[in-house]
Design a protein around this ligand. Structure first.
Ligand SMILES: NC(=O)c1ccc[n+]([C@@H]2O[C@H](COP(=O)([O-])OP(=O)(O)OC[C@H]3O[C@@H](n4cnc5c(N)ncnc54)[C@H](O)[C@@H]3O)[C@@H](O)[C@H]2O)c1
Ligand SMILES: O=C(O)C(=O)C[C@@H](O)[C@H](O)[C@H](O)COP(=O)(O)O
Length: 543
C-alpha cells in the first residue's frame, strides 16, 4: 500500500523529529510532522490552540492533518504525542509501517517532566506525565508494527533500530549520507578570554541533534531566530525543541542585511519580553551571517546578556560570522556600527545546509575563505586555484577542508584577542573599503563581493606603499576572479567611500588605518597612508 515509508509515534520528548529527520536522510526521502502541519493550518502554536479552542478541537485538526499526510506523503512521518488518543486517527494508521518510539517513564520525567509549556502538563507535571505515559502506552502498542526503545541510545542508534525493525535497507544516497552522518563532527576549540567561556565549533552533518546539549538543562525557553528563506527549517527546529520539552518560539527575520536593523532587534526584544525570557533562557540563531549577527546582538543586549547558539547555514556564516563573538547591526551611518562582543555557547556548522544556498551567496562566502588564505593559510589559495569551479559548490572536492581551514584561522585569532585590541584586526583585511562600499550600496551588495573588491584594494595599497610584492598582489585578482568574485567598483564614488571609511572601527581619531600584507600570510597595519597613495590604490580597482 502507498503512503509513508515509516510513521513514528510515541510520547512527547522521545525524539520523533530528530529520529524522523535522520531516517528521512538515510532513506533519501522527505520528512513530515503532523504537529507542524496543524500549526501551519491554525496559524498559531499548539499551546494556543489548546488554550483558545480546547483539546477536542486540536484533536480534530490533528486527525485532518494525519489523514492528509498518510494520503500524500511517501517519506517519514511523525505524529504528535497524543495523536493515538483519537480512535479515528488510530484507524487511519492501520496497515502503515508504524513504529512506537518508547522511553522509560523515569527517563521521560527527566527529559520533559518539568516543562510547564506543554498544554497537558501545566499542573503538577511529574504526576501528570506518569499518568499520561501509563494511559497511552497500550494505544501506541495497538497501532505499532514495531516498538523501539530509545533509552540510553543516540538518535543514530534509534534510527538504525527502526530500520532494522522494519527490515528497511538504506537508499543508495542514504548510505552515502550515513557515512557522513556517522562520522564524528570535527571540533574546533575557541578559548575563553576577557571573562568569556570557551566554546566549540562543530563541523559535520546532522548536527542539530547537538542543540539540546548546548542549550542545557537550565533553559526553559528557547527562541529560534531564522530568516524568511529558512522558514521551514526554523519551524522544524522550533518543533523539535518543543518536542524535547522546551517552550520554544520561532522569530522570523527578514533575509540578509534587512535583518540588521534596530527595528528588527526591537521586534525580537518584544517577542522575548512577551515570552518571559529570563537569563537562563537561550537564543538560537539559524541562518547566514546577517541572522547570526542579529541573534548574537539580541542575546548580548537582552537582560544585558543571555546565552546563544549559532547555527550558520551559509559558507560565510560558518567560516566567519558565527565564530568569534562579534555581533551587531547596521545604522544609516555605517556597517556594524552598533554591537557587542558576545561569544556563542557553541557553533554548529551543518554542511548539509549549504546544498540549498544560492550560488552567489555560496561564492560570497568564498571571499572570506580566500581572505583567510591571504592573511594566514596559503594552502587555502592552492586548493582554490587547483579547482576554482569546485570552490563554487558544496559538492566541490575540497569544500569541507576549505571551510575547516578558514575556521581554524579565525579560531586561533579570536582565541587570543576576542575584543580586537590588536591581532584580531587582521581579520578585517579588505573590510575597510568593503564596508564603505556596502553602505554606499545601501547594503544591497553581498558582503563577500564587497570584501573581494576591498582585498584587491588593500593589496594594491600594500604594493604602492612598498610593502607587498607584485606577484602576491596580482594573485588576489586571479584567485578571486577564478571563483566569480568582483574586482572593481565605480570610479566616481571615491569621495563618498573615503567619507564612509572614516567611521571604520579601526580608525583612531582622524587617523585611517588599514590591514595590508607585508607578504603572503604576513598581515600588518598601515596607519594614516598618504592620501595620494590611497587614491592611486583606488584607481587600481576603479571601473
Ligand atoms: N560577526 C562577524 O564576525 C561577521 C563576519 C563576517 C561577516 N559578517 C556579516 O555577515 C553578513 C553576511 O552573511 P552571509 O553572507 O551569510 O549573508 P546573509 O546572512 O545575508 O545570507 C544570504 C542569503 O541567504 C539566505 N540563506 C541563508 N542560509 C541559507 C540556506 N542554507 N539556503 C538558502 N538560503 C539561505 C539568507 O536568508 C539571505 O537571503 C554580513 O552582514 C556581514 O557583515 C559578520
Ligand atoms: O571577526 C572579525 O574580527 C572580523 O573582522 C571578521 C570580518 O570578516 C567581519 O566582516 C566582521 O563583521 C567585521 O567586523 P567590523 O568590526 O569591521 O564590523
Amino acid at each position: 500500500m502507498s503512503g509513508p515509508l515509516i510513521v513514528l509515534v510515541g510520547p512527547m520528548g522521545v525524539g520523533k523529529s530528530t529520529v524522523g529527520e535522520l531516517l528521512a536522510d538515510r532513506l533519501g526521502t522527505g520528512y513530515r510532522d503532523t504537529d507542524a502541519d496543524v500549526v501551519a493550518t491554525a496559524g498559531k502554536p499548539i499551546s494556543e490552540i489548546f488554550y483558545d479552542e480546547g483539546e477536542e478541537h486540536f484533536r480534530a485538526l490533528e486527525r485532518q492533518a494525519v489523514r492528509a499526510a498518510v494520503a500524500e506523503h511517501g517519506g517519514v512521518l511523525s505524529l504528535g504525542g497524543g495523536a493515538v488518543l483519537d480512535e479515528a486517527t488510530r484507524a487511519l494508521l492501520a496497515d502503515h509501517a508504524v513504529v512506537y518510539l518508547s522511553m522509560d517513564v523515569d527517563e521521560a520525567v527527566k527529559r520533559v517532566g518539568l516543562n510547564t509549556a506543554r498544554p497537558l502538563l501545566a499542573v503538577n507535571p511529574r504526576r501528570k506525565w506518569r499518568e499520561l505515559m501509563e494511559a497511552r502506552r497500550h494505544l501506541y502498542t495497538e497501532v505499532a508494527r514495531a516498538v523501539v526503545a530509545t533509552d540510553e541510545r543516540t538518535p543514530e542508534e534509534v534510527a538504525q533500530a527502526v530500520l532494522d525493525a522494519l527490515e528497511l535497507p538504506d537508499a543508495p544516497s542514504g548510505r552515502e549520507n550515513r557515512t557522513m552522518t556517522d562520522q564524528a563532527p570535527t571540533r574546533i576549540q575557541i578559548a575563553g578570554s576577557a571573562g568569556t567561556d570557551p566554546y566549540e565549533v562543530l563541523i559535520g552533518r546532522q548536527l542539530l541533534a547537538e542543540l539540546p546539549t548546548l542549550i542545557g538543562e537550565r533553559a526553559q525557553r528557547v527562541a529560534v531566530l531564522h530568516p524568511e528563506a529558512l522558514a521551514e527549517t526554523g519551524e522544524a527546529v522550533r518543533q523539535d525543541l518543543a518536542d524535547q520539552g522546551y517552550e520554544a518560539i520561532a522569530i522570523q527575520l527578514p533575509n540578509a542585511e534587512e535583518a540588521k536593523t534596530v527595528e528588527v532587534a526591537a521586534y525580537c526584544w518584544k517577542a522575548l519580553g512577551q515570552t518571559g525570557f529570563t537569563r537562563t533562557d537561550v537564543i538560537v540563531g539559524i541562518g547566514g551571517g546577517a541572522t547570526t549577527d542579529v541573534a548574537g546582538f539580541v542575546a548580548a543586549s537582552w537582560l544585558r546578556g543571555v546565552r546563544w547558539i549559532a547555527v550558520p547555514t551559509t559558507v560565510l556564516g560558518m567560516v566567519d560570522a558565527a565564530v568569534g563573538g562579534k555581533t551587531g547591526i547596521n545604522t544609516a551611518e555605517g556597517k556594524n556600527l552598533v554591537g557587542a562582543f558576545h561569544p556563542p555557547a557553541g557553533v554548529l556548522c551543518d554542511l548539509a545546509a549549504l546544498d540549498s544556498l544560492p550560488v552567489n551567496d555560496y561564492v560570497s562566502g568564498m571571499a572570506e575563505i580566500i581572505k583567510a588564505g591571504f592573511i594566514a593559510d596559503p594552502v587555502i589559495l592552492d586548493l582554490v586555484e587547483a579547482d576554482p569551479q569546485g570552490a563554487r559548490s558544496p559538492q566541490g572536492p575540497h569544500t569541507s577542508e576549505l571551510i575547516e581551514r578558514a575556521i581554524r584561522v579565525k579560531a586561533e585569532v579570536v582565541s587570543s584577542d576576542l575584543k580586537e585590541s590588536g591581532l584580531r584586526e587582521i581579520l578585517n583585511y579588505g573590510h575597510t573599503l568593503a564596508h564603505a562600499i556596502e553602505k554606499n550600496e545601501r547594503y544591497k551588495w553581498r558582503h563577500g563581493a564587497a570584501v573581494s573588491v576591498g582585498m584587491v584594494f588593500a593589496a594594491e595599497l600594500g604594493r604602492l606603499a612598498g610593502r607587498l610584492d607584485d606577484a602576491t598582489a596580482d594573485r588576489h585578482r586571479t584567485v578571486l576572479e577564478s571563483v566569480g568574485l568582483p574586482l572593481t567598483y565605480r570610479g566616481d564614488q571615491w569621495p563618498k567611500l573615503l567619507e564612509n571609511m572614516k567611521v571604520d572601527k579601526k580608525s583612531r581619531g582622524n587617523l585611517l588605518r588599514f590591514i595590508v600584507l607585508d607578504g603572503l600570510g604576513k598581515p600588518a597595519v598601515l596607519e594614516g597612508p598618504d592620501p595620494a597613495v590611497l587614491l592611486a590604490a583606488y584607481g587600481e580597482v576603479s571601473a
